[in-house]
Write a protein that binds this ligand. Sequence first.
Ligand code: TGC
Ligand code: FAD
Length: 387
Amino acid sequence: MTASLDLVDVDSLLTEEEVDVRATARRFADERLRPSLPEWFESASIPARELAKELGALGFLGMHLTGYGCAGLGPVAYGLACLEIEAADSGMRSLVSVQGSLAMYSIWKYGSEEQKNEWLPRMSAGEAIGCFGLTEPDFGSNPAGMRTNARRDGDDWVLNGSKMWITNGSVAEVAVVWARTDDGVRGFVVPTSTPGFSAPEITGKLSLRASVTSELVLDDVRLPASALLPEARGLSGPLGCLNEARFGIIFGAMGAARDCLETALAYAGERMVFDKPLAGYQLTQAKFADMAVELNKGILLAVHLGRLKEKGTLRPEQVSVGKLNNVREAIAIARECRTILAANGISGEYPIMRHANNLESVLTYEGTSEVHQLVIGQALTGQAAFR
Ligand code: TGC
Ligand code: FAD
């Protein structure tokens, strides 16, 4: 946060290492990402492979994992990197979180030594991009209903089905695919060059345009026995990975919000209305005060959850508290900032509408707000109301 927006001195809660990681991420976001984002968003195309290598060189891919070339940093450092990258664009943070928290984490947590050695060093360097296929066309919030299946044929596995809305799908070298088997839901490490695998890109998105989103089609994809993730059994496998990515979003969403607020503050300081700067009106200041309070609360919550994660005590419903609150507040801040820029607020010359549009996806993926309300509701009442 800039000094003026850090109203409660969140910085005093951070270690020197965390501040350094944040500075590196902010520099990368400002110098490498921010100048190109309007064009990447407009054209809905990003240089994903180049960016992955650059992010890998900075240690940002799988940065909270240990070994296999990963940086082994703490959760707050990882969160702050997500925050700075999402201050540029949520799609850029998606690239980082799907690679590190979903694709790499699945292999790191549940993979065999052979799978880890084969994929993790290349993925942390950004030389191989990964994706994570859980959602299907008919099963998003309820992955337990998935139809994609894997059956044994001798020692091999044969996968059939399709996945939908998969980030990085068309640019991935490796897909972690979750499928129904006789033994419940299992995960598979699928090289995307395997015959029968294809990943057509989804076009026409009005949100998260600076991110590759794809369908995965699995048509008799034959894999050796070694493709199975040995340590993941049942839905707790993929859901365990979601905790990781949701954690990054708790920080990330605050980055998008901060960027909107900084843009609106600068604008209001210069924009003259009725012969006076817009920033000088009480109504405008009330908006800024309310938004800055929510931003500070959201970042405090993120850092607190990060400290719980560091201790190893962070529970899934606590992650839901963070994801629900911070994305909901971020989108509210983006919309309020848009009102301050009025007509200019809808222009691509400013980042606010891009963030607001992106945050519609962030509100939906990694568990919709309603799913997180239900997770929290279950923790409060002891009653599961999902079905
Ligand atoms: P339920 O019966 O409650 O649980 C099944 C098993 O899973 C365990 N479990 C968890 N484990 C770890 N972490 C969690 N958060 C867990 N939640 C549940 C549970 O203990 C049980 O284990 P076991 O051993 O007893 O079998 O499952 P359910 O079918 O009732 O569903 C619960 C619900 C609705 C919360 C879950 O299905 C859910 O979270 N749905 C939302 C799906 C979702 O978030 N999909 C995201 C896809 S990936 C994505 O969006 C990437 S976007 C990334 C980007 O671009 O940035
Ligand atoms: P549905 O599950 O059909 O939900 C529709 C509505 O019903 C929502 O409002 C929902 O909250 C509500 N609802 C659902 N169940 C209940 C209930 N029990 N009670 C009350 N309301 C309910 N998935 C991946 O696997 N990998 C990825 O990399 C990935 N990347 C994505 C990238 C983008 C840009 C987007 C938009 C999505 C991505 N997703 C990914 C998919 C995402 O996780 C799903 O879209 C999300 O889980 C919701 O599923 P759905 O869209 O099918 O909505």
